[in-house]
Design a protein around this ligand. Sequence first.
Ligand code: FE
Length: 297
Amino acid sequence: MDGVTLGYLGFGVRDLEAWAAFAVDVLGLEIVDRRDDGGFSLRMDGHAWRIWIEPGQDDLAFLGWEAADPAALERITSRLRAAGVALSVGDATARGVTELVCCTDPNRVPIELYCGPKMGDAAFVSPHLSSGFVADELGLGHIVLSSLDNSATEQFYTTLLGFVFSDRIKTEIHGFPVNLGFYHSPGSNSRHHTVAFGGRLPKRLHHFMLEVVQFDDVGLAFDRAVRSGVLIAQTLGRHPNDKMFSFYAHTPSGFQFEYGWGGRRIDDSDWSPTTYGQVSEWGHHPPGIIPRVRRKK
Ligand code: FE
């Protein structure tokens, strides 16, 4: 089945200037395409842009899924049409793509399926990173979405968009049950997961993950986040399933970002899903817990 890659993310945000400073100074992205409404786009790899910022209510505004070519896009939209999903033609020019088809997912998130993205005129150079991001043909990173109905969401992303189950994490954190399913795109995108979900969350998006090439760029981003006064959500740690070494912090919109290195790649010919009993092998602590641990000694 044709897979899709995570092509772009659209965020509706209340404080555009806070986002501009955060995206450059903390994430190490480049601002491109300033628009009349105050919005702008962000670049991180060979694509002309990967994150679209527009005025809004501090949540995910739309998700862009990239098909390999027009024929693959047609096969995917045929599956959606056959399943009774309402489709409409989107504004391809505005997004800088050659073809764009819109629908909504079972969580009422606007979905943009497209092919033929515009590429940047020159190589991407981050103002902060010693190297760059692991993106391009692997897509921009991964996302953890809110899911109003896990089986409907799984049905949509697997049987219609072509995702394949990677594994599951089932545990409890501070008394709250966690049951997250992780899904990858088959074929050339070997990223361990591109999308994950496991229940209803306050916003449409729990976090988006950006992966860097150089290990030290995670620590340097952590330092920039601390210096910028960004609220750290989870300290440095490593996940058992995708092996990502990462930290989590809040964006100016309240949903989180994960900044990671060393994410696992999947070879579909040699992969069997597992259920893990912990979210992290070590680390990923909420920072507030540290002084409490020290006081107990
Ligand atoms: Fe993640």
